[in-house]
Design a protein. Structure first.
Length: 284
């Protein structure tokens, strides 16, 4: 049990994730790369336990992680090696997680799982009290990506001076209070966060990342008063084109299954549903 995993443990978890993906043909949302970057850039000491790892000798066979991206909301996800299942390993890890969560009574706790994981869904039914929401993992079909679009936006790297404006935008886009110190500041420092301007006025933002040949598009949005004018599509296409230029072999994003406008936008640019992940509220 640790506040943060180190680089060696990161590779252990990535190896376990790959084994489970190949065996189960499902998707996981562990946010490992984000967490590792955050550890490298943070000078904060141990505050709470977020990483729970179960080793058999030197082999990692079980893992649960706690993440916080929205203020006051914790997300929990994990996995167990296929050869070590039905031995109570995940239950042991989860009991440790529960003990930690009792120290954070002011948080909403969400547990998440791929809809195609019968083992995961069955376990969640035992520990959750109600369904919260679902997201689609979408992947770009490059053959369906539009060839051209009229450009009207100036899209630039966000600076530290933009942090407050981006927090306001995020509230408008998704109605969530984002943690500036964990997401916005870090994204500005590593150059992954961009502002879309129209006539020198910030109207949208997006975060893009390239990891191991996979390009990710996150937090894409346009202020409500500027929607329906094609700016969201322009920002999305710009993000895809930039990731491809950076060397992305695959481009992915996530969208709430109930967000029909965003879903239709992504489909119009060649994105197709790959997996669906559902979130449930943990019993307190």
């Amino acid at each position: 049990m640790k506040n943060n995993f180190d680089e060696a443990e990161y590779h252990d978890i990535k190896k376990l994730e790959k084994i489970c993906i190949e065996h189960d043909k499902i998707s996981f949302k562990l946010e490992l790369d984000y967490k590792l970057r955050n550890v490298k850039q943070s000078n904060i000491g141990i505050i709470s336990i977020n990483e729970f790892m179960y080793y058999n000798s030197n082999e990692l066979i079980g893992y649960i992680g706690i993440s916080e991206f929205e203020q006051g909301v914790l997300e929990i996800s994990g996995l167990v090696h296929p050869e070590y299942r039905n031995r109570g390993i995940f239950t042991q890890l989860h009991n440790l997680v529960e003990a930690e969560l009792k120290k954070r009574n002011n948080h909403k706790i969400l547990v998440l799982c791929d809809n195609n994981s019968s083992l995961g869904i069955n376990f969640i039914k035992k520990v959750s009290k109600e369904y919260h929401h679902s997201e689609y993992d979408m992947i770009l079909n490059k053959d369906l990506f539009p060839k051209s679009l009229e450009h009207s936006l100036n899209i630039r790297n966000a600076s530290k001076n933009d942090a407050g404006e981006i927090a306001i935008m995020t509230k408008d886009f998704f109605d969530i209070e984002i943690k500036e110190d964990m997401v916005i500041t870090e994204s500005i420092e590593n150059g992954s966060l961009f502002i879309a301007e129209l006539n020198n006025i910030g109207i949208g933002s997006v975060r893009i990342e390239l990891i191991d040949g996979v390009g990710g598009i996150y937090g894409l949005g346009v202020l409500s008063q500027y929607r329906g004018k094609g700016y969201g599509k322009e920002l999305l296409m710009w993000s895809v084109e930039r990731l491809i230029k950076m060397g992305a072999e695959k481009v992915i994003l996530q969208v709430d299954t109930d967000n029909d406008n965003a879903l239709n936008l992504y489909k119009s640019c060649g994105f197709e549903v790959d997996h669906a992940i559902s979130y449930y509220i943990i019993k307190r």
